[in-house]
Design a binder for this molecule. Structure first.
Ligand SMILES: Nc1ncnc2c1ncn2[C@@H]1O[C@H](COP(=O)(O)OP(=O)(O)O)[C@@H](O)[C@H]1O
Ligand SMILES: [Mg+2]
Length: 466
C-alpha cells in the first residue's frame, strides 16, 4: 500500500519527522521542567527552613506545623544532640540512612544542605532540606523539611499534559498537511498517469487542468503540449494520406479509363489512338515522378537519404544542368540567363544538387508565361555560396508563401496540376539543401515574379577543417 502511494510515503515521512521532533522535545522539555520544579521546591524549602530557624528561638512550633501541613511538607526540628524538639503530627520517623545522616550533620555543622531521592527517615522518595538553627552565633540544632516527590510532581505533571496536548495537535496538523499535499501532488500525478494512458490509446484531445506554476504544474503543461503536438501530427498525417491517395487516384483513373477505351477497339482513327496513348504516357510519367519524389521524401524521413559529397565547381555544374533544360525553355519562349562568377569549391552530392537545380528551374519555367525571363545567379559571402533563381512569372500570393515548402502543397491545385506539378518539388529541395547544412528562402510578388534562394556552406563535410 505504502509502496504504491506517494501520499502514504509523504505522510509516513511527515509523521516520522514529527514524532522524532516531539519525542526529543518531550524528553528535553520534560527534563527541563523536572529540574525547574525541583529547584523551585528546593528554593522554597530553604527559605522556609531559614524562616523556621529564625522563629525557633521564640517557639511558635504550632504555627510552623500548620504552615507545613498546608504546604504538604513534613517538619522535624532537632537539637545538636539529635533529640527531636518538634515534628509534624502523625509523622512516623524511620531510621535515618547514611544519606539522611550526612544531610543532618552538615546542617549541624552550620551549612544548609539538601538531598533528593529516597529518605529512610521519612520513608518516602522526595526532597530533604536541612537548615542550621543558630542563637547568638551558636548552632543550636537543625530544621529538617521534607516534601514528597508526589507533591512536587503534581505541578509538573500538569505541565506534562500540556506537552502531550501540543503533541496531539502537531500530529493532527501533520495529518492535515498530508491531505493537502496529497491533493496538490498525488491527485495531479494520478490524473497525469490517466492522461498519458489516454494518449497511448490515441485520444489526443484530452487536456489536463493545470493549477499553479510549480514542478507538478509544469509537468502537466508539458503533457498538454505533447498531446497538442501529437494531435497536430496525427491530423497532418491523415491529411497527407488523404492528399496522397487523391494524387495517385487521378492519374490512375486516366490510365485505366483510356486504356480500356483503346482495348475495346471502338477507336478507329490513328490520330485519336495516338492522342489517348499520349495521355496514358503522360499520366504514367506523372505517376512515376510522384512515386519517385515520395520515395525520396520517405527516405529523408527515415534518415536514409544519403548524400555523397564531392568537391564541385558550381559554375560548370549549373551550366550542365541548364543545358538539359534548354529545350523546354526555348519551347516556352523564355529567356534563361546564367550569371555565375567563378565560385569557391563546394562539397555537395552532385546527383542531389542536380535535383535541387532541376526542381527550382523547372518551377521557374512552369510558372512563367511565354516571353518571360529567368536569371540564375551565384555569389559567395566567404562562408558559403548563395544561388538565386529569379523569374518574371505569375508569383506566389503572400499568404501561400510560408506553405510552399510543405509536401503536396500547391497554390492552386487545378492550375498547378494543369502545369504538371505534384507539390513535392520544393519539399525535396528543402530536404536536400538542409542535408547540406544550408537553407532556402522564397521571395515573391504576385503577378511580378519569384526569387528562390538557397545557401550552402563552403565546407559542409562534417569534421572537415575550416
Ligand atoms: N517560381 C514559381 N513561381 C510561381 N509559383 C511557384 C514557383 N515555384 C513554386 N511555386 C508554387 O509553389 C507550389 C509548390 O511548388 P512545388 O513543390 O515545386 O510543387 P509543384 O509540383 O506544384 O511545382 C507550386 O504549386 C506553385 O504554386
Ligand atoms: Mg515543382
Amino acid at each position: 500500500m505504502i509502496r504504491k502511494s506517494v501520499t502514504a510515503k509523504i505522510g509516513v515521512a511527515i509523521m516520522g519527522l514529527i514524532s522524532v521532533v516531539l519525542l526529543v522535545q518531550y524528553l528535553a522539555l520534560g527534563q527541563l521542567l523536572k529540574n525547574a520544579f525541583y529547584s523551585q521546591a528546593t528554593e522554597e524549602l530553604l527559605v522556609q527552613g531559614q524562616q523556621y530557624a529564625r522563629m525557633s528561638a521564640s517557639g511558635g512550633y504550632m504555627m510552623m506545623q500548620m504552615l507545613c501541613t498546608t504546604a504538604n511538607t513534613s517538619l522535624v526540628m532537632l537539637n545538636t544532640k539529635g533529640d527531636i524538639i518538634t515534628a509534624s503530627p502523625a509523622l512516623h520517623l524511620g531510621q535515618p540512612s547514611s544519606a539522611d545522616k550526612e544531610t543532618l550533620q552538615t546542617a549541624l555543622r552550620g551549612k544548609s544542605q539538601m538531598h533528593s531521592g529516597y529518605s529512610d527517615l521519612f520513608s518516602a522518595k522526595g526532597l530533604t532540606v536541612a537548615v542550621p538553627m543558630k542563637q547568638s552565633g551558636e548552632i543550636t540544632g537543625a530544621v529538617v523539611l521534607f516534601r514528597p516527590q508526589s507533591v512536587i510532581q503534581t505541578g509538573f505533571q500538569q505541565q506534562e499534559w500540556l506537552l502531550v496536548l501540543a503533541g496531539i495537535g502537531a500530529i493532527l496538523m501533520a495529518l492535515g498537511l498530508t491531505v493537502v499535499l496529497s491533493k496538490r501532488i498525488a491527485e495531479p500525478l494520478k490524473q497525469m498517469a490517466g492522461a498519458t494512458r489516454e494518449l497511448g490509446k490515441g485520444n489526443f484531445e484530452m487536456r489536463l487542468p493545470v493549477v499553479g506554476e510549480d514542478e507538478v504544474a509544469n509537468l502537466g503543461e508539458s503533457i498538454n503540449e505533447l498531446a497538442e503536438n501529437l494531435h497536430r501530427l496525427e491530423t497532418s498525417r491523415k491529411e497527407f494520406l488523404a492528399d496522397i491517395s487523391h494524387e495517385l487516384r487521378t492519374p490512375m483513373s486516366y490510365i485505366c479509363g483510356y486504356s480500356q477505351v483503346l482495348e475495346e477497339g471502338f477507336i478507329q482513327s490513328p490520330e485519336e489512338t495516338q492522342k489517348y496513348l499520349h495521355i496514358i504516357y503522360e499520366e504514367s510519367k506523372r505517376l512515376e515522378t510522384l512515386v519517385n519524389d515520395l520515395f525520396v521524401l520517405a527516405q529523408a524521413d527515415a534518415g536514409m537519404l544519403t548524400v555523397e559529397k564531392q568537391s564541385t565547381q558550381l559554375e560548370n555544374f549549373v551550366q550542365q544542368v541548364v543545358e538539359t533544360m534548354q529545350k523546354r525553355v526555348e519551347d516556352k519562349q523564355i529567356e534563361l540567363q546564367l550569371d555565375i562568377p567563378t565560385l569557391p569549391t563546394v562539397y555537395v552530392d552532385p546527383l542531389r544538387m542536380e535535383q535541387v537545380f532541376i526542381n527550382l528551374i523547372d518551377n521557374a519555367i512552369r510558372y512563367t508565361p511565354a516571353g518571360g525571363r529567368i536569371v540564375v545567379q551565384g555569389q559567395t559571402d566567404g562562408r558559403g555560396v548563395e544561388i538565386s533563381i529569379s523569374d518574371t512569372g505569375i508569383g506566389i500570393p503572400k499568404e501561400d508563401l510560408p506553405r510552399i515548402w510543405d509536401r503536396l502543397y500547391r497554390v492552386e491545385k487545378s492550375r498547378s496540376r494543369a502545369r504538371g506539378g505534384t507539390g513535392l518539388g520544393l519539399a525535396i529541395v528543402k530536404q536536400i539543401v538542409e542535408l547540406h547544412s544550408g537553407h532556402v528562402t522564397a521571395e515573391s510578388v504576385e503577378g511580378k515574379g519569384t526569387t528562390m534562394r538557397f545557401w550552402i556552406p563552403l565546407k559542409s563535410e562534417p569534421g572537415m577543417a575550416e
